[in-house]
Write a protein that binds this ligand. Structure first.
Ligand code: 5AD
Ligand code: SF4
Length: 479
């Protein structure tokens, strides 16, 4: 094997990624250079997306750029000229899946040496990933990170014509790029980025390193996008950010925060407004009032708590206690009666004792969550928690997860049961996975509903009377 000149690549560095500089964030307008406009003529692409909604939105941008370059979407991997894996680094098992995929795709590369195989997203921002790709995944042609998606045309050009490997990952965020083309996955619901990055630095989490410092998009750009979506007939938008409640905190020249944004977007009249994800510490009364007064803001809140033990919350660097979380939750429920609240919980954080875990169970009882994503702590190299002493056996952690899920599942069922015999509005998403004649969609409270109906209703909002409540979904009849 020839010696790899690793110096010629732009590689990430977690120490640099941790830094938060005070330099102003500027806006940059994307423009596709003429020389890139036909590179993809008669060529095809596929993008495989892993992880959160942020990645789904990024993949829509990658697809938008590729289609502007003339590429079309390939039906199969076999006929693809470009395959990009847009990856997730949040937990080890997410990464393992992607390493497996990269291994599997080696066969396609052998059959079609002209195939460009790319690795993008959060994993690309990790030092060790780049080292491993350089050493053992020689068939990966292109690696770029979360901060330079807009440079995809250049990378494809180099990869295609010079046949050189392209590895370019920036440790730190740059400017906010506007005017990016998008191929949206749906025609009636859309993601809208409102901010990028995260400054919370929860000690277990890799995101502040892979996504950079918090940067809010200018409100005018957000309005422009939402108004356009409304004109195109979109029914629902989901505002995206790692911590949407911190929106606007980085503005130096205006006092404009998430509550203001929600109230103003509500005026546009798009039917449904959702947002994800939130940090309890930044959730303020203005936001609750915007939800209370808005006509289009859905009565649903995903409010990750992570743990119910004050000792663990402190070690996680979460800036709240069990009691203050519950107070805020009650305030939210008072302001938005009937709101459905879900959460994220990590069990087996380093040093979590049985007593700590029981505090979490107690909080779950008191909070009356209607759903949760629950995880076993996963060690992320480079984060503070990776070096915390962790003596709890894996079996014990799994047992905690099991016990927690029992209570969470009861919450899902209770949350669904409260809609029995009621008529709810369902935005129809598609047909059920199991039966072509059954439609599936979501209520304002984000409950999944199945009911009999014709395919032409996909993308419209239908009134449905709920006849049965199961743990994971509701059954009903169109009225
Ligand atoms: N281990 C387990 N779960 C994690 N999450 C983030 N980092 C980790 C980790 N290292 C969970 C948190 C977060 C959600 C998106 O993923 O609960 O809210
Ligand atoms: Fe990770 Fe915490 Fe930021 Fe969420 S708020 S992305 S858990 S660091």
């Amino acid at each position: 094997m020839s010696k790899i000149d690793i110096e010629k690549y732009f590689k990430p560095n977690l120490q640099d990624a941790r830094k938060r500089n005070k330099t102003d964030v500027h806006e940059l307008q994307f423009e596709l250079q003429e020389k890139h406009q036909n590179i993809g003529y008669l060529k095809t692409y596929q993008i495989h997306t892993y992880g959160c909604q942020g990645n789904e939105a990024d993949s829509e941008i990658m697809a938008g750029i590729l289609e502007k370059m003339g590429f079309t979407k390939a039906e199969t991997e076999d006929e693809s000229d470009v395959i990009i894996l847009n990856t997730c680094a949040i937990r080890e098992n997410a990464e393992n899946r992607i390493w497996g995929e990269l291994g599997r795709l080696k066969a396609y590369k052998r059959r079609n040496p002209n195939l460009i195989l790319g690795l993008a997203g959060c994993m690309a921002q990790e030092e060790y990933v780049i080292e491993r790709v350089l050493k053992t995944y020689q068939h990966v042609d292109l690696v770029f990170g979360t901060h330079n998606i807009y440079k995809l045309p250049e990378y494809i050009e180099t990869s295609m014509f010079s046949k050189e490997r392209v590895i370019e990952v920036y440790s730190q965020e740059g400017d906010i790029v506007e005017n990016l083309p998008k191929v949206r996955n749906h025609t009636y619901k859309a993601w809208v980025n409102i901010m990028f990055g995260c400054d919370e630095f929860c000690t277990y989490c890799i995101v502040p390193y892979t996504r950079g410092k918090e940067r809010s998009r200018h409100k005018d750009e957000i309005f422009k996008e939402v108004i356009e979506l409304k004109e195109q007939g979109y029914k629902e938008i989901t505002l995206l950010g790692q911590n949407v409640n911190a929106y606007g905190k980085d503005f130096k020249d205006m006092d404009y925060t998430f509550g203001d944004l929600l109230s103003d977007l509500d005026q546009i009249g798009i039917e449904r407004i959702r947002f994800t994800t939130s940090h309890p510490h930044d959730l303020d009364l203005k936001t609750m009032h915007a939800m209370r007064d808005g006509k289009h803001i859905m009565p649903f809140f995903h409010l990750p708590v992570q743990s119910g033990s004050n000792r663990v919350l402190k070690k996680m660097n979460r800036h709240y206690t069990k009691e203050s979380y519950l107070d805020k939750l009650n305030e939210l429920k008072e302001n938005v009666p009937g709101i459905s609240v879900t959460t994220d919980i990590i069990v087996g954080f380093p040093g979590e004792t049985e007593e700590d875990f029981l505090e979490t169970m107690d909080l779950v009882e008191k909070a009356d969550f209607e759903g949760a994503y629950t995880f076993v702590f996963s060690k992320r190299e480079g984060t503070p928690a990776a070096s915390f002493e962790d003596l709890t056996p894996e079996d014990e952690k799994k047992d905690r997860l099991y016990r927690l899920n029992e209570v969470i599942n009861a919450g899902y069922l209770r949350g669904n049961q409260r809609f029995l015999n009621q008529t709810v509005s369902v935005l129809v998403d598609g047909v059920s996975k199991h039966d072509e004649n059954i439609l599936a969609g979501y209520t304002a409270h984000n409950k999944l509903v199945n009911f009999k109906g014709d395919k032409h209703l996909i993308g419209s909002i239908v009134s449905v009377k709920i006849t049965e409540a199961k743990t994971w979904f509701l059954l009903g009849e169109a009225v």
